[in-house]
Structure formats: structure tokens, C-alpha cells
Ligand binder design. Sequence first.
Ligand code: CDP
Length: 213
Amino acid sequence: MIIAIDGPAAAGKGTLARRLADHFGFAYLDTGSLYRAVGLAVLRAGKKPDDPNAAQYASLNLDRGLLRDPDLREERTGIAASKVAAMPEVRANLLEFQRNFASQPPGGKPGAVLDGRDVGTVVCPQANLKLFITASPEVRAKRRCLEIQARGHTAEFEEILADVRARDDRDMNRADAPMKPAEDALLLDTSELDIDAVFLRAAALVTERLKPQ
Ligand code: CDP
């Protein structure tokens, strides 16, 4: 069973994906963390995230240690991630890892939940269930601010809203694997739904797909 959860920044994909994976005993992969690790490696090397050579090198030599680095969740890492993610070579270098994870979930688990931007369209077009989670830019910026404050940092709403919009724009308008719902994805707008409500809807859909036809 492969569940693909796509959508823009701070729409609530990660929380939903993690809860579904826990609930059904599936493996979970945050595909964005791979792009973040590449973005962070480039920043740490003192290069610009739109430097194709630096990004390609970092994606070919993915430093798994960075996946647990506290700076991975920083806003500047997310911005760098969306710049490296626009490069087709970087995307190609990260594809095999994601596909292997989905087809052979670690720990022999019976399923995998992957969240990102192109899981339903490119990484796992054969997924059993595809969800596209959205929310208005304002709601997402507010959630991101709360997340940043919970980590003990300060966050300026207008600045975060501008980042969210710039990232949406880059993710939707890139030529390679742009963020968009797969044709067979179910759309879920979480602007007015809390995480419990979203989880209950999604869990019901998974349970339906698990029933023998
Ligand atoms: O956590 P948040 O939603 O802010 O972002 P993320 O999921 O960690 O992804 C960071 C960036 O990586 C995104 O803005 C995308 O540009 C890129 N990404 C992608 O291109 N394809 C994916 N499957 C996942 C992330």
C-alpha cells in the first residue's frame, strides 16, 4: 500500500502523513527533507542554492546526517530546498531513493506514506491513494509562524507569508515535476479543518482502500 500526500508548504502534509503511518503501521518518508538536506549542504559549503554544480554535487553525495540536523527545519533551508529542487539533475538524483523506499518500505512494513510535491505525479504514480492537501497562503503562513515560535525563534507574519508565496510560485512553475495534484488525487483544503478532522477523513479513505475488492 503506497499513500502519496502532496501539497504546498505548511499545508499540514507532514503531520497527516506521520499520523497515518503510525496508525496503519506503515513507513513514513518526508521527501522534502531530502531536498532540504541538499539545500543545507549547499549553504554549509558556502555556495548559493541556485549554483547547479554545488546542488548536483550535494544531491549525488547526500549526507544522511543532515536529515537529523536541527537547521534542517529552518526557513532559510526551506527556501534553499525549493531552489535546488527546481534543478532536474537534483530531482533525478533523489528519485531512486524515494522509489525504493515506497516499493520496499524499511523494516518490512506493509506500506509506505510519502509526502512532498510530486509523489502522486512522478515518484509513485501507481500509489493506492493520492491526497493533495492545500490551505490558503495566509493560513499556512500563520501555521508556519506558530511552528517557528514553538522552536523558540521569532517569526514575522508578513515575511513568512512572502516566503510561502515565493515558494509556491517556484514549486508550481518549475518545468520539471511542478507541484500539482495528480489527476486521480483527492483534494483536501485544510484552511478550516483541524488536524484531527483531516486525519479522520484520510484514515477513512485508507481503510476503504485496504478492504479486499
Ligand atoms: O515543510 P515544507 O512543506 O515547508 O517543505 P518541505 O516539504 O520540507 O519541502 C521543501 C522544498 O523541497 C519545497 O518547497 C519544494 O521545493 C521541494 N520539494 C520538492 O520539490 N519535491 C518534493 N517531493 C518535496 C519537496
